[in-house]
Design a protein around this ligand. Structure first.
Ligand code: ATP
Length: 448
């Protein structure tokens, strides 16, 4: 992997040059475009192109599969993005969801104080001691719901998906058969008016999150916290992240929020160093208690067998989908020498790869393109399938390598006689001749 290499001390090393290579590839191949580019772009917002939308969807689907589909104890939710101030009053976001902002009086740039390498030095102009006193800046986007601009119309775009789960806790326990320990999971957009967005899609003002709130009996919280830390770390490994690029970092006491008795971050070695992909927090009963107090609804569990009422404690694994998609790209990017040429390949896990297979007829002639198209159409029922008949076969392989497509199928003139095709595997570039009738089963077996 070129995402990182081992140094003599076996400490993994970040590769700053990887950043531009991956960003260029994503633009060149239709993963990500700067938003409103024909108007000069818009403030660190991005659009996911035809390939990127597949990648991002695969990241979210892989998460949903592990967190909801394969589990008996987690159910899903899709809550609204617009919400009234009461929700954010109760959650503490109106008062506390702030970052410390400083202005450089020398060059008039704004910075988030807690992310500065040296809190005295402006990273833009290098001036020392020229910052204003820090002020707390609330990161929530405020808007109005409806045509009348008055206080009653104020609404916020959610800065996290989590509150949707807390405010629907009662709905879910009243309308389904879940009982603690159980979770509610959600994937969706969140919005934060970040002071310094940057590093491509790592930090943007509009992004997607994958969050799950797991409600447990109070005495079991620590045990479930440890369980979810392990489980979430393993998820990244299971989807192809190399172990040396991943670590689980417990927060120091001074990093913990006042209600959390434990938080750990899953961190990835980005080109600029270790940074967060996901936080797993033991949140106690803070959230349900706050919403119960503010709404007047009882948000608790009645354990009939023991005739006891208690407020569940919550373990929250909160991940970023857009940020994780970027990390998968960084981890998968590789270059190697093949026959005197550099081959760029994304060694993505098959579940994350945008296309699973590409069908490539050796010639554009209809005698080949017709049956090749028919095979592609058949495969589309089971796999995201690309079809490409332009340029030389070598160039078409290179293109699919850059998209991370695990298998390419070449349909040649012999195929008309032997009813077989050549299947090329992305990483090893090994080729196998497979009967056309067997192709679907062959792929299914390798991408289970
Ligand atoms: P940070 O300290 O980087 O601002 P955070 O600790 O506030 O992040 P959480 O509130 O724990 O982040 O959000 C959970 C996850 O959502 C993060 O681990 C990250 O993957 C993702 N995330 C948060 N903010 C952004 C953002 N502005 N852009 C992209 N992803 C984000």
């Amino acid at each position: 992997m070129s995402g990182s290499s081992e140094s003599a001390s076996t400490e993994p090393v970040a590769h700053p040059e990887l950043f531009d290579k991956v960003v260029n590839l994503t633009k060149r191949r239709g993963f990500v475009y700067p938003s409103a580019e024909i108007y000069g772009g818009f403030r660190s917002t991005y659009d996911y192109g035809p390939i990127g939308v597949l990648l991002l969807r695969n990241v979210k689907d892989a998460w949903w599969r592990s967190m909801v589909q394969l589990r008996e104890d987690v159910v899903g939710l899709d809550a609204s993005i617009l919400s009234p101030p009461q929700v954010w009053e109760a959650s503490g976001h109106l008062a506390n969801f702030t970052d410390p902002l400083v202005d450089c009086t020398n060059c008039n740039t704004r910075w988030r104080l807690d992310k500065l390498e040296d809190p005295e030095v402006c990273p833009n102009c290098g001036a020392r001691g020229k910052f204003t006193e820090p002020r707390q800046f609330n990161l929530m986007f405020k808007t109005q719901a409806g045509p009348v601009e008055d206080a009653a119309a104020i609404a916020y775009l959610r800065p996290e998906t989590a509150q949707g789960m807390f405010i629907n806790f009662k709905n879910v326990i009243d309308t389904t058969r879940v009982r603690p320990p159980f979770g509610i999971a959600q994937v969706g957009k969140s919005f934060r008016n970040e002071i310094t967005p940057g590093n491509f899609v790592f930090r943007t003002r509009e992004f997607e999150q994958m969050e799950m709130e797991f409600f447990v009996p109070p005495d079991d919280a620590q045990q479930w916290y440890e369980y979810w830390c392990k489980e979430r770390y393993q998820w990244y490994l299971d989807h192809g992240m190399p172990e040396q690029l991943l670590r689980l970092r417990p927060h120091d006491d001074d990093e913990l929020s006042h209600y959390s008795s434990g938080t750990s971050d899953v961190e990835f070695l980005f080109p600029w160093g270790w940074d967060e992909l996901e936080g797993i927090a033991n949140r106690g009963n803070y959230d349900l208690t706050q919403h119960a107090n503010h709404s007047g609804e009882k948000l608790e569990w009645y354990d009939q067998a023991a005739n006891e009422r208690w407020i569940p404690h919550v373990i929250e694994p909160a991940a970023g989908a857009t940020r994780t998609a970027m990390a998968f790209l960084m981890a998968a990017y590789d270059e190697e020498e093949v026959k005197g040429e550099t081959r760029v390949v994304l060694r993505l896990h098959h579940r994350i790869a945008p296309y699973k297979v590409a069908v490539l007829p050796l010639s554009k002639k209809v005698e080949l393109s017709d049956p090749a198209r028919a095979l592609a159409q058949q495969l589309r029922g089971s796999f995201m399938t690309d079809y490409d008949e332009t340029q030389s076969i070598g160039r078409r392989y290179r293109r699919q390598d850059e998209l991370g497509t695990p298998y390419c199928i070449t349909f040649d003139f012999d195929s008309l006689e032997d009813h077989a095709v050549t299947v090329r595997e992305r990483d090893s570039m090994e080729q196998e001749r497979i009967a056309i009738a067997e192709v679907e089963a062959y792929l299914r077996e390798r991408m289970a």
